[in-house]
Design a protein around this ligand. Structure first.
Ligand SMILES: O=c1ccn([C@@H]2O[C@H](COP(=O)(O)OP(=O)(O)O[C@H]3O[C@H](CO)[C@@H](O)[C@H](O)[C@H]3O)[C@@H](O)[C@H]2O)c(=O)[nH]1
Length: 681
């Protein structure tokens, strides 16, 4: 728009929405889940007026089907950008809802990096170091998005435009839009703060000191001052600023120095699960459980001395943030070791689950999985070997089974001529078969213990998870009632040893454990509550937990996670619904470990029927977490952005704007529990 010209009168009702994030079609962590699961409700509201913008990467290129733009103005805008050498993909993201998506190849503009860095310094006073590759990409991505929005807004003058940006990686475009006075209204949602993540990952007493951090100094000390500046500028320049939970809203207020306008809790696409329930007649739970059983048999070969009917699978999963995700607490609660060499403590409630199960002579075995991607070289030979040996044994057993069947049939057919049916075991199992079987069995002999990690780690000696497992001596020995297994990669169905995707894996487990210290929301426990399957109703008593229709699995979270606070705030007794909440806010670390161990022990001591009852109750939580319910908060944030940018469009009569109570954050204090927490005094 030329200077001095009046702004066009745009149609606010039928506005266009561009949603921008580094994780569009590009899975890194939870933001991918937010965006991909929210698509259905956003499409229902916008149809083809909705477009997602993300970076073009090897991963994202695989998830998008290239097409010509539906909107002719998008087509001309992209043509103009391409004529300047910009490389981009336009098409449909191949997920449910098939939204329009635009992916920019930041590399195609790397020659402009210095120019744009200089511009960022001039317009926002943000200087960035030369060798931070991630920040360099973020700057290129931000300038490309601002370029696109500027060109688009100058060509499409009819409808208003909302640009919604997620997290600092997509935030650079916000100060540029503001400075260039691009006629779009902006929303910025942060899913965590950079400083919060870094401070909590170190051993800082975060919640007690939230008010007192010298933010510039702390960011500088950690080498992230430039990133922090980008995040802070994004929060301040956006028309509307939101976070995913109240606890992060408070954090943002102190660390980013802007109080968020609202909270947009994360939902899930419940429909997806229900459709499965209706259309798939398979027993999803038992299929998933059987796959995990198969893996466990292979992994523990030579030491497979426990009963799978009495085995519980528990797990933690997510991005590898050892302290923030509470992995330290998880391992500690499984196998708390000697405290200060005082053996007496072992006899107290301070002991970990492994010791407690041994002491009570429990018949239950717990296999605890840790699923967190880290730098690895490959799977270990042992991990492959175990699966291969068990597969060979299985094949041999199947062959022998077939031969036994043939022989039995032969005997039965000769019954009339011989007048008797006397079959000795040796008639059925030949000596060749026995030799073959013995060969296979002797291959299963193993002198070493089953490993507690599936991959060769790049930094084995310093890896915090491995170090702690070694410290608490959880080595998967025969006596251990808790076995542990660290899988340092996300799960996929093409995984050569544990061939399940994450959703299927969760379905096959009994309990998810997520004792996070820093967790703005926390998708993983939420996903446990809605994972579903169709189950047979006539299985044996012991397998009753397979039998009650569509259900989630119970999970453990904390009152320092956005999801945990949301549950406490919404439900009378979350633990009755299979959502256990560990108090990490008022408790010391030791107390929280004990509470978590009590919780795990209580879960192990439940009968099959009690666990089945609990699972059936979890289902009732699904509607609470559905985007159909929670998506409304996103709508409100966009409405607020439109009101702020185009107040005239909302005038009712006599020049007065109609008042709306916009957000959940309408309480005087953003964080809901100031009285209960000494951290906040
Ligand atoms: O093998 C696996 C294991 C996990 N996941 C997924 O990874 C995601 C991890 O989610 P979360 O732990 O919430 O994500 P973060 O990457 O830590 O994301 C940030 O953003 C999220 C979205 O707002 C918030 O929930 C978090 O608290 C915040 O830390 C979940 O959706 C899981 O389904 C997989 O896809 N495969």
């Amino acid at each position: 728009m030329a200077e001095g010209q009046p702004a066009p009168k745009r149609d606010v009702q039928n506005h266009h929405l561009f949603e921008c994030a580094w994780e569009v079609a590009n899975k890194v962590g939870g933001i991918y889940t937010v965006i991909s699961t929210k698509v259905l409700v956003t499409i229902a509201e916008y149809g083809d007026r909705y477009t997602l913008i993300g970076p073009l990467t090897n991963k994202s290129a695989m998830e998008v089907g290239v097409l010509d733009p539906v909107d002719p103005v998008v087509a001309t805008t992209l043509e103009a950008m391409r004529s300047h050498g910009v490389k981009c993909f336009y098409g449909r993201w191949l997920i449910e809802g098939k939204p329009q998506v635009l992916l920019f190849d930041v590399g195609s503009c790397s020659h402009r990096l210095d120019e744009w860095k200089g511009d960022l310094w001039n317009l926002a006073g943000i200087s960035t170091p030369p060798h931070d590759a991630e920040t360099n990409d973020v700057i290129l991505f931000g300038y490309l998005m601002a370029w696109f929005l500027g060109e688009y807004a100058s060509r499409q003058l009819d409808a208003a435009i909302v640009a919604h940006f997620h997290e600092w990686q997509a935030g650079v475009a916000i100060p540029i839009c503001r400075k260039r006075q691009i006629d779009v209204t902006t929303v910025f949602t942060t899913h965590a703060t950079l400083l919060g993540r870094y401070l909590c990952a170190g051993s800082v007493d975060f919640y007690n000191n939230l008010k007192y951090f010298d933010v510039n100094h702390e960011a500088g000390k950690r080498g992230i001052y430039h990133r922090y500046c980008i995040e802070r500028a994004s929060a301040h320049c956006a028309d509307v600023f939101t976070t995913v939970s109240h606890i992060t809203a408070l954090e943002a207020e102190y660390l980013l120095k802007r109080r968020p306008d609202g909270v947009v809790p994360n939902g899930l696409s419940i429909n997806k699960f229900q459709r499965k329930h209706e259309h798939e007649s398979e027993n999803l739970y038992s299929i998933a459980r059987a796959k995990i059983h198969e893996f466990v048999r292979g992994h523990f070969y030579g030491h497979y001395d426990f009963d799978l009917e009495n085995t519980l699978y528990i797990f933690t999963a997510g991005r590898y943030e050892y302290r923030n995700k509470g992995v330290d607490m998880f391992i500690e609660s499984l196998a708390r070791g000697f405290c200060g060499g005082n053996a007496a403590l072992f006899l107290t409630k301070l002991a970990g689950l492994n010791y407690r199960l041994k002491r009570s002579d429990s018949k239950t075995t717990v296999v605890a999985f840790i699923i967190m991607p880290a730098s690895t070289n490959s799977y270990t030979i042992e991990a492959f070997k175990g699966q291969a040996l068990v597969r060979q044994l299985q094949e041999t057993v199947t062959e022998i089974q077939k031969r036994i069947g043939d022989r039995l049939l032969d005997h039965a057919l000769r019954f009339h001529s011989e007048g008797k049916l006397e079959v000795a075991p040796s008639d059925l199992l030949s000596s060749e078969d026995q030799v073959l079987l013995k060969q296979r069995i002797s291959a299963l002999k193993r002198t070493s213990l089953p490993p507690f990690v599936t991959h060769n780690m790049v930094d084995d000696a310093n890896d915090p998870i491995l170090t702690q497992i070694r410290r608490v001596k959880l080595f998967n020995s025969h006596e251990d009632r808790v076995k542990i297994l660290f899988h340092p990669d996300f799960l996929t169905s093409s995984n050569p040893i544990l061939g399940l995707d994450y959703e299927e894996f969760v379905r096959g487990c009994h309990l998810g454990v997520f004792p996070s210290y820093y967790e703005p929301w926390g998708y993983t426990p939420a996903e446990c509550t809605v994972v579903s399957g169709f189950m047979l109703v006539f299985l044996a008593f012991k397998s009753l937990d397979y039998c009650l229709g569509q259900m989630g699995i119970p999970s453990i979270t904390t009152n320092l996670s956005g999801f945990g606070c949301f549950m406490q705030d919404t439900i009378e007794r979350p633990e009755d619904e299979g959502c256990y909440i560990i108090d990490r806010r008022t408790n010391s670390f030791e107390q929280s470990v004990s509470q978590l161990t009590d919780c795990l022990e209580g879960f192990c001591n439940k009968t099959w029927r009690q666990r089945a009852d609990q699972r059936s109750r979890i289902e009732s939580l699904s509607p609470l977490l559905d985007w159909k319910t929670l998506g409304v908060e996103y709508t409100k944030s966009r409405q607020l952005a439109l009101r702020r940018a185009y107040p005239d469009a909302f005038l009712v009569t006599d020049g007065e704007s109609d008042e709306v109570d916009y957000f959940i954050v309408s309480k005087p204090d953003v964080f809901r529990y100031p009285d209960r927490s000494p951290h906040l005094k």
